[in-house]
Write a protein that binds this ligand. Structure first.
Ligand SMILES: O=C(CO)[C@H](O)[C@H](O)COP(=O)(O)O
Length: 222
């Protein structure tokens, strides 16, 4: 059985009831908290910053998976480690020296992730794949929750899976954007290991049940 990891994206939580929503995830079948940090420069939106992340990590009892949508992410690697991030993903498109950035993330004790915009070819990761713990494939253009899933993602997952296998790497493939009950199983069948879901979870009538259903339907015999 494959244990697909489910990572609710806190971007879609009710910020006026953040502690309630964090407790909901704590008490659910979810595996990770997915935290989107946006700077209004790399992406055309600003989400939240360090004080909010600090408030989240105070209550969160699961892996903290941080996705940085910021320029020059090297400036903040230590800060995110100090705030309790377990995984830190930087954008391929925001890094001049990606290999150096990945080593810096690991040196702070975190898992090193790389996020790719929908237009970025996964083949560009071939030479660093053994240094990458997690690839976050964006299945929407980053910056906003609630967008429609980009179908080309399936092809990218399959190509990335081949690169990982060819290099004997153990990199996880995470899919971020527009994930729902209609595409979750196909994503896992294509090779996804982690599914991020924002609006599909937090706008559901029963978010706990929605997480449980996502977890059950993606726990496949593969
Ligand atoms: O990184 C993101 C946006 O840049 C979000 O994590 C992503 O969009 C998830 O939200 P949703 O599931 O609502 O599409």
């Amino acid at each position: 059985m494959k244990n697909t990891l489910i990572a609710p994206s806190v971007l879609a939580a009710d910020f006026a009831n953040l502690q309630r929503d964090i407790e909901m995830v704590n008490n659910s079948n979810a595996d990770w908290f997915h935290i989107d940090i946006m700077d209004g420069v790399f992406v055309p939106n600003i989400s939240f910053g360090m004080p909010v992340l600090e408030a989240i990590t105070k209550h969160a009892q699961k892996t903290i998976d941080v996705h940085l949508m910021i320029v020059d992410p090297d400036r903040y690697i230590k800060t995110f480690a100090d705030l309790g991030a377990n995984n830190l993903a930087v954008h391929f498109e925001a890094c001049t020296h990606l290999h150096r950035t990945l080593q810096a993330i690991k040196a702070e004790g975190m898992k090193a992730g790389v996020a790719l915009n929908p237009h970025t070819n996964v083949a560009l990761l071939e030479d660093v794949i053994n240094d990458v713990d997690l690839v976050c494939l964006m299945s929407v253009n980053p910056g906003f929750g609630g967008q429609s899933f980009i179908e080309n993602t399936y092809r990218k997952i399959r190509q990335l899976k081949e690169i990982i296998a060819r290099n004997g790497a153990s990199t996880l493939i995470e899919i971020d954007g527009g994930v729902n009950a209609q595409n979750a199983v196909a994503l896992v069948e294509a090779g996804a290991d982690v599914l991020v879901a924002g609006n599909f979870v937090f706008r559901a009538q029963n978010p706990t049940q929605t997480i449980a259903e996502l977890k059950a339907m993606t726990s496949l015999a593969v």
